[in-house]
Write a protein that binds this ligand. Structure first.
Ligand SMILES: NC(=O)c1ccc[n+]([C@@H]2O[C@H](COP(=O)([O-])OP(=O)(O)OC[C@H]3O[C@@H](n4cnc5c(N)ncnc54)[C@H](O)[C@@H]3O)[C@@H](O)[C@H]2O)c1
Length: 340
């Protein structure tokens, strides 16, 4: 059935992958991307779809209520996938205000518009970082108390609570997803995996925070997109769903760095331990058995295969990230890594 679908943040990493996936899987849907095109948003990620008129694009700041109201009045959406966010933890440590504005206030504006325009389902894309940090054992389940560490994680936890309040107070049909760290094509090269791949390709050092033994539970972005579509269509209103890459994809950062170095036949001398960042959670691991048992989802991409494919994508798309790594990116890089 035709649906009018909004993807916020659809010019970013996960959003653009989701848009490509939805166009392929649900060709009869009318998809609109709304994105402010911050430093992290890149229309090149979806330019082929725009050129073929397969999607619409609206430049919109979700932190501006009137922008959001205009958008919802013009299109009357059935379904919203909400991914727009300030998403980089390191930047939230340098300056937290934009995170509160976009991630908390922006989410509220979208919920308010979804309520008044009778949107049938609102999928709020959140993160496992809202649960805080784990010790050596255990996994986050959906009922694990929220205990965010960084300003980024706090802003996402706050937005989750606002979503829940709209469901409980106004009966808005909303679901919350909490995924682990994603990787794959079109990820902005400030994030760990694309930063390290592109630095190796440029022959630059790899700044590894602390001892590099922080563990992340890597999820290939395509598996994330599969989960989001499934939850949009089959998930239960008011529920939270964890999305994780599975036990085998729980890998310490140092091991990821070495895998990248070895795949690209580079020297381990590129690895450079730098002072750890503030608020660096030690370990994340997600129990996604609710999603597996209730909706039949499980990850399909192994970490080794997904990483090899991702490395190959960055090798083939050097023009895409070389362009990004010039200009204002350099200022951020100097500010974040310059004194470590
Ligand atoms: N990348 C991950 O590993 C990961 C893990 C867990 C959860 N998430 C969540 O998934 C979502 C997408 O993450 P991503 O990695 O694709 O992020 P991203 O930074 O690549 O993309 C975010 C997009 O949002 C847009 N945006 C920012 N502020 C906006 C505003 N005020 N109005 C409209 N658009 C705005 C940006 O231009 C960008 O295109 C985020 O909500 C993030 O919190 C990401």
């Amino acid at each position: 059935m035709t649906k009018r679908v909004l993807v916020t943040g659809g010019a970013g990493f996960i959003g653009s992958n989701l848009v490509h996936y939805l166009v392929k899987e649900r060709p009869d849907w009318k998809i609109v991307v709304c994105d402010l095109l911050t430093y992290a948003g890149n229309l090149e990620n979806i330019s082929a779809l725009l050129d073929e008129n397969k999607i619409d694009f609206v430049r919109c700041d979700i932190a501006d209520a009137s922008n959001v109201e205009d958008l919802f009045s013009n299109y009357e959406f059935d379904l919203v996938f909400h991914l727009a966010a300030e998403s980089h933890v390191d930047r939230s440590i340098l300056s937290a205000a934009p995170f509160m504005k976009t991630n908390v206030l922006g989410t509220e504006h979208l919920l308010s518009a979804a309520k008044s325009h009778a949107v049938q389902r609102f999928v709020h894309v959140s993160t496992d970082e809202v649960y805080g940090s784990l010790g050596e054992t255990g996994r986050f389940v959906e009922t694990t108390p929220l205990d965010p560490t960084s300003p980024y994680a706090a802003s996402k936890a706050a937005s989750d609570l606002v979503v829940q309040s709209y469901h409980k107070t106004h009966s808005l049909d909303a679901v919350i997803t909490r995924c682990t760290n994603n990787y794959g094509p079109y990820q902005f090269p400030e994030k760990f995996i694309p930063l390290f791949i592109s630095n190796v390709l440029e022959g630059k050092p790899l700044p590894l925070y602390g001892d590099g033994m922080q563990i992340r539970n890597w999820l290939h972005v395509i598996d994330h997109c599969r989960a989001l579509l499934l939850i949009a269509e089959k998930g239960i209103a008011g529920e939270v769903y964890n999305i994780g890459g599975g036990e085998a994809s729980e890998v310490p950062n140092k091991e990821v760095a070495l895998k990248i170095i070895h795949t690209l036949s580079a020297s381990e001398d590129l690895l450079q331990h730098v002072t750890d960042r503030l608020a660096h959670d030690r370990r994340y691991a997600i129990d996604h058995s609710k999603l597996e048992n209730e909706l039949g989802w499980s990850p399909t991409v192994t970490f080794d295969q997904g990483l090899a494919d991702t490395i190959s994508w960055y090798q083939k798309h050097a023009a895409w990230w070389e362009h990004i790594k010039s200009g204002s990116y350099r200022e951020y890089y100097e500010q974040n890594y310059g004194n470590r």
